[in-house]
Design a protein around this ligand. Structure first.
Ligand SMILES: [Zn+2]
Length: 241
């Protein structure tokens, strides 16, 4: 199977910029009261669940731009959220819920990436991709005030997390994953590739579970984007073994 990484099209006409972020998060873990096993916090970036409505969060004020909390309290809050998120979700400190909030300005393509780990689509682009049979696209509302007339209706995509590093790209002297909190103290391998058997067969776009900042797409997604002439992102083939 062929697999591609999505990144933003850096062509000059793509001037779109969102000065916006998620306001609802799992808190970080306070360094003075950390995980009892590894003594570390252990967050992971790019864990976004924009389709989870913050109004549904129990004790919701504790998730609004939270300060770090002791490890035990983090676990309690994490389990309050668990019933609200899909079963493929990973819940670590900093995992974010609900819409991004802020302002936006500029030209946004049919697809838009503010950075390599967030993907947005205009509503009409999302509907055309879904009609073309592309699987794995779930659009969630955003709360962005555009500082221009004629702005697009952008949706943030909630992407499932799948896939593991191929064992050969992991250093033999890497530290083990903490059995208590799941924290991984190893840096990202310099070069890595997903293990083919760990990849989903029923999705055409997803986040790489072992490195969630990477958004990956199947050849079917790439073909649909090209056929529909959707702009805003570029695709780079990644090695799979
Ligand atoms: Zn730990």
């Amino acid at each position: 199977m062929k697999l591609y990484r999505l990144t933003r099209d850096e062509a000059p006409r793509h001037t779109g910029n969102l000065n916006a972020g998620h306001k609802w998060n799992l808190p970080g873990v306070d360094w003075s009261q950390p995980c009892p096993t590894c003594r570390l916090g252990g967050g992971l970036g790019a864990l976004y669940y924009p389709c989870v409505d913050p109004a549904d969060l129990p004790e919701r004020e504790k998730f609004h731009e939270p300060e770090p909390v002791p490890y035990e309290e983090f676990i309690r809050l994490r389990e309050l959220v668990r019933p609200l998120v899909p079963d493929w979700a990973v819940l670590k400190p900093g995992a974010a819920f609900g819409p991004v909030e802020g302002s936006g300005l500029g030209y946004f393509g049919q697809l838009f990436m503010q950075n390599p780990w967030t993907l947005y689509a205009r509503r009409e682009a999302l509907e055309r991709l879904q009609a073309a049979g592309v699987r794995g696209l779930q659009g969630c509302p955003i709360k962005v005030r555009f500082r221009q007339k004629n702005h697009p209706e952008l949706l943030e995509l909630q992407l499932e997390l799948h896939g593991q590093f191929h064992p050969e790209c992991l250093s033999p002297d890497r530290k083990p994953i903490c059995p208590t909190c799941g924290s991984n103290q190893n840096p990202l391998p310099k070069k890595f590739w997903p293990e083919a058997s760990s990849l989903p067969k029923d999705l055409d776009i997803f986040r790489f579970r072992d490195a969630p900042g990477f958004i990956l797409a199947s050849e079917r997604m790439v073909d649909a984007v090209k056929r529909l002439e959707l702009d805003g992102v570029v695709f780079q083939e990644v090695e799979v073994r």
